[in-house]
Design a protein around this ligand. Structure first.
Ligand code: ATP
Ligand code: FE
Length: 337
């Protein structure tokens, strides 16, 4: 079964062709334009998707070595995401499926971040059901109980900023470029994680909060630079290491709690922030410390990509879960909807 996956929820235009769960091509056009603005500008994103979508889809089909007419289904991201961005992928996928007279498969972006683990070459071992998924990205922070491909329950999530935003906004305060996550990660390796102490938020249950941390960092930096104008430059690696250490602590506390409450010890991570080396190391150490088994997919399947959309499309195709006529983009689509 050949499935074409299309992803356009935020600022990456992506297309992938998959044969029975195996990736034949995985093309991503990242939009550089937003770096100038220090964040994604929705209007510019949707315009760039319009420019990119035809060449990106064309390239994915070409690299897969097939013809359009070989496809059995077209999968696309229905939501959550930016309305203008989602609309480009949705209308394109609908027209293509209609033109080829093949099924259309609507996909939830957050479900796709989780099911990316089931792409054939995502990792050496697949998580067994039920497992806990920690999805950490630029727009989301969730702990999800995954009972099977299509039964997922969000048991904890952020009540304000996402963890990716915590990295990016902290980086902005420190004068780092956007997105700051990768650079904080890099600098954290060279710094002392216990150099500075930031307060962890107190949030009930399995929910997260990251906006207080950002404010705490802002006040801390303002206070210190008043005494020493070169404070940031002189301590940048230590500050980055301390911020990352605090964020990892917040994630691990909730994860430990989720394991305790559910009795599930298989933990799979997804989303762009799972690229973070400190988070990966903390998860791995949970294997020996707490008896967890952790699953970390290949890097290219953790950030936004279309292979993860194609895998959900493929699983839905096998289950005959096709899109209804008149399906539309849904910016606030929830898991399980
Ligand atoms: P969503 O999936 O919720 O719609 P998104 O698609 O914008 O959000 P992703 O592309 O999955 O998010 O992830 C982008 C985020 O990952 C950015 O906030 C970026 O700073 C962060 N990030 C990437 N690499 C790292 C890293 N090594 N350490 C920390 N954060 C990182
Ligand atoms: Fe994403």
């Amino acid at each position: 079964i050949y499935i074409l996956g299309i992803e356009s929820s935020c600022d990456d235009t992506a297309a992938s062709v998959m044969l029975n769960g195996t990736v034949l091509s995985n093309i991503v056009a990242s939009q550089k334009i937003h770096e100038t603005y220090g964040g994604v500008v929705p209007e510019l994103a949707s315009r760039a998707h319009q420019q990119n979508i035809v060449p990106v889809v064309h390239e994915a089909i070409k690299q897969a070595g097939i013809a359009k007419t070989d496809l059995h289904g077209v999968a696309f991201t229905r939501g959550p995401g930016l309305m203008g961005s989602l609309l480009v992928g949705t209308s394109f996928a609908k027209s293509l499926a209609f033109g080829l007279q093949i099924p259309l498969l609507d996909v939830n972006h957050m479900q796709a971040h989780i099911l990316a683990h089931f792409i054939t070459d995502a990792s050496s071992a697949k998580p067994p059901f039920p497992f806990l998924a920690l999805t950490i990205s630029g727009g989301h922070t969730q702990i999800v109980k995954v009972s099977d491909y299509f039964t997922m329950e969000v048991i904890g999530e952020t009540i304000d900023d996402a963890v990716g935003e915590a990295f990016d906004k902290s980086g902005k305060i420190l004068g780092l470029g956007y997105p700051a996550g990768p650079e904080i990660d890099k600098r954290a390796k060279l710094g002392n994680p216990k150099a500075f102490k930031f307060t962890k938020p107190k949030v009930d249950g399995l929910n997260f909060s990251f906006s207080g941390l950002k404010t705490g960092i802002l006040y801390f930096v303002q206070r210190e630079t008043k005494n020493n104008p070169n404070f940031i430059a002189e301590n940048l690696n230590d500050i980055c290491a301390s911020i990352q250490y605090t964020i990892i602590g917040i994630l691990m506390d909730k994860l430990k709690r989720a394991v305790k409450e559910t009795g599930i010890t298989h933990i799979a991570i997804g989303g762009g922030v799972s690229a973070n080396s400190g988070i990966r190391a903390a998860l791995k150490s949970g294997e020996t410390k707490f008896g967890w088994t952790t699953y970390i997919p290949k890097f290219e399947y953790t950030t936004d990509n279309a292979a993860m959309i194609a895998i959900v499309g493929y699983l839905k195709y096998k289950n005959s879960q096709f899109s209804l006529d008149g399906i539309t983009a849904s910016p606030r689509l929830k898991l399980g909807q």
